[in-house]
Structure formats: C-alpha cells, structure tokens
Design a protein around this ligand. Structure first.
Ligand SMILES: [Zn+2]
Length: 286
C-alpha cells in the first residue's frame, strides 16, 4: 500500500500501541521473522531434508551468504535471500556461522523497526478516551483526513473552499483552528473551562496541549476529551454540510461536545472531582 494514496501508511497503522499506533502486529515483520529460521538452518547446516536438498540443488556447494541468485528464482527464494542482511547481524566473524541457538525473540527485535513514541500520544490514548474520537484525532494529527486540499492533490475534482466559512481553502489546519466557525467553537470550550487564552493555529494548539495537558486530573481529562470531541464534531459538521445534511450552529456544536464529555465522565471515579465542584456543575458531571 503506498502512503500517498492511503489515509495512513500501513507501516504506521502497524505500530504497537505503546509506541503509538493501533494494536496490530506488523504481519510483514512477523513473516520475515518466521522465514528467518530457514536462513538459520541453512547457515548452520542443520541436517533437515530441506537443507540437504537446498544445498545440493540450489546452492550447489556455494555459501548461502555469497550465493548469487538468478531472476528465475521463486518469490520464496527472493525473500529468503533478502534476509541475508539480517543474518549478517548474527554471524560470528571468526567462525562465519551463527553462535548459539535460533531465538525468535532476538530475531524479532532485529527485524522489527523501532519507532519513537510521539509526544502527543497521551493526548489521545488516555484511560477515559472515546475510541471513535481518538481515531479521528489520530488521522488529523497525521494530516490524513480527506480534506479538500488532499483530495485535490489526489486528482479528485472537488470544490476547494471550506464549507464552514466559505472563505478559504479547506486544509486540516484551516478546518480545525483557522476557520472562524471552528475557532469560535474551540474558543467557547476553552471559556467554559475557565481558560482565558486566544485560539492559535493547529501547531500552536497541539504544542500547547502537549505541554499543558499532563496527568490524570479531572480538568486535564476533560480538556483531552474536549479536544478529541472537538476534532470529531467539527469533521462531522463539515461532512454533514458537504453531503447535504443538516447545518449546526456554533452553540449546537458546543452543546454536543459537552454532552459527549458528560456521557463519558458521569459516574467515573476521577481524581480531582472533589476539588473542582464548579467545573463538575458546569459540565453536569457531578
Ligand atoms: Zn472555514
């Protein structure tokens, strides 16, 4: 799957959750790890029937590591031979062979690529997150939502202007924090949270959230939920307008976001609820 056509690259989707991604193992890397045991057997010359047959009819006395394949070799063999780069990391320079036994965990560690935990992971995957909101925010953070600027780049003939304000090109950054309509929604949410700050652009808002929204207190959880609900509701409003559905006002969206949060937090045992009675009353989560 190519990154340019997909909303999010396969490589990204397959990252383990603790490194920020979905709970899917990278099947390609697991497959390579599994195939590597054939490489181990060949280099170690373990006397299985397959190894004896390969030595006699494929390698014909040559070393597996130095073997030059022709283009007529099968898919399986081309894949096996590509694993020589991995094999090089396990070879003992003195003996030219593997030292020790084949250990799947050790091979997996080498084959699987590592990723840095994104600094904003905690803004989305926190204990009380709402999965469908988190997913949309995740797409937004990678700028993989089907905004009109991206659809135009893919060669799809669509109108380019933002359906919320009709005054600018619809990009991710415009849709969520530069658009006058959206800005008013987010500004309203901040006001209800007693935060007197002006709404910045996408990058500024994400940086602010990364720096400020740490911990598991009521207000932090509430703001994280609000941020995710905001992205979801703005996108939903955009889609309703694009596909001829109903149009909501700024006030409607603020109410909907508050409702989303209320449904999630009401009754949940959350730290700091006792010290934030005014917030609980404001949000109806007491
Ligand atoms: Zn707009």
């Amino acid at each position: 799957m190519k990154d340019e056509g997909a909303r999010v690259s396969w490589d990204l989707v397959c990252r383990p959750n603790h490194e920020w991604g979905l709970r899917l193992q990278n099947l390609i890397d697991w497959n390579k790890t599994s195939m590597f045991q054939h490489v181990w057997a060949l280099v170690s010359n373990v006397g299985t029937l397959w190894v004896r047959w390969t030595n006699e009819y494929i390698l014909k006395g040559k070393s597996f590591m130095a073997f030059e394949p022709t283009s007529s070799y099968s898919w399986f063999w081309r894949k096996i031979l590509k694993l020589r780069a991995v094999a090089g990391q396990f070879l003992d320079p003195a003996s030219g062979g593997f030292s020790g036994q084949y250990k799947v965990n050790e091979v997996w560690k080498v084959i699987r690529r590592k990723y840095e935990r994104e600094s904003w992971a905690g803004l989305i995957w926190f204990p009380l997150h709402i999965p469908r909101f988190a997913m949309i925010t995740w797409f937004a953070l990678f700028d993989r939502l089907p905004t009109r600027d991206r659809l135009l780049k893919l060669g799809l003939v669509v109108a380019s202007e933002c359906v919320l304000c009709s005054s600018d090109l619809e990009t991710r950054d415009h849709l969520f924090f530069n658009c006058v309509f959206s800005k008013e929604v987010w500004g309203g949410i901040l006001q209800i949270c007693n935060l007197s700050r002006s709404v910045g652009g996408w990058s500024q808002e994400v940086l602010w959230a990364v720096a400020e929204l740490k911990g598991r207190s009521l207000i932090i959880t509430l703001l994280k939920l609000a941020g995710n609900a905001y992205v979801y509701r703005i996108l939903n409003e955009r889609n309703c307008r694009v596909f001829g559905g109903s149009r909501s006002t700024v006030g409607d969206l603020i109410c909907r976001i508050m409702e989303d949060i209320r449904f999630r937090l009401v009754g949940s045992a959350i730290r700091g609820a006792g010290q934030n009675a005014d917030i609980c009353v404001e949000w109806g989560i007491g």
